[in-house]
Design a protein around this ligand. Sequence first.
Ligand code: GRG
Length: 294
Amino acid sequence: MNFSEKLKSWQSQVNQSLEDCLPGGKEHPARLHEAMRYSMEAGGKRLRPILVLAANDLFPGPVDPMPAALAIECIHTYSLIHDDLPAMDDSDLRRGRPSCHLAFDEATAILAGDALQPRAFEILADGYGRMPGLGIDLVKILSATAGSQRLVGGQMQDLLSEGKIPDEDNLQYIHENKTAAMIQASLLMGLRIGSRGEDTEKMEAMKRAGKSLGLAFQAVDDLLDVTSSSEELGKNAEHDAEHGKVTWVTLKGEEGARKLATEHTQWAREALQEVGGEGEFLLDLTTYMLERTS
Ligand code: GRG
């Protein structure tokens, strides 16, 4: 299978497994389950689950990486639902559809996000509970990443910085934690599940790869916000400027942001080469992430 065939095949496997792993839309309380499914089934690129599967594939072992891939998508989707709320980024479009709080209401959207978080850890417990060493490591990676010093902390700092004087260190902090942390965690979980997951040197190199890939992803996101339409993105374009957000584009210009994205992608690729293994798909994925249009 070539790169795009494999990507499509993994995306459809992930979509099918996500469909199976959430409570049915008619299950009581139906409104809550419908809202969870509404945001999850709206699609999205599924990049984080694909990163888990691809990192596992570097040194594949007997353990199924899919539960970890589903768990990280549950955390990611909750973060998008909450990010769109009026109290946060106040976005009305997500994954090509009205945001969850508009399709339902604010309270339901808050609860749908809330409910996706424990579901993530339940999926990990169900998938890896019989392998306590591995299971605990995965819970540790995902819970630390989703917590106050990474994803939530990055979001807090992002909100506190709206309309403030641009500060490069602050922007770096926000992007390392709000965006790169989840990309890094996806790669670390995938590698940990594979047959060489206890090799600390490989895990350290993967940490560096994840950070660079995440920072590249954010620089591309900042660029797309100014160069693409809402229709192409499936979310509001020019949202950053409207919300007084500092981005790599406002700090360094389009050319500077593009250079940053290319450099970080290159560093990610070098770190991935240090990790080793069957890395062709993952290297192609870094190019796909750099060249993406949505
Ligand atoms: C509410 C705790 C909390 C965190 C929110 C996800 C997030 C943090 C904010 C979304 C706004 C944003 C531009 C984040 C940075 C880049 C990012 C995470 C984009 C969305 O990820 P994609 O493009 O989305 O992978 P899809 O829909 O394809 O899954």
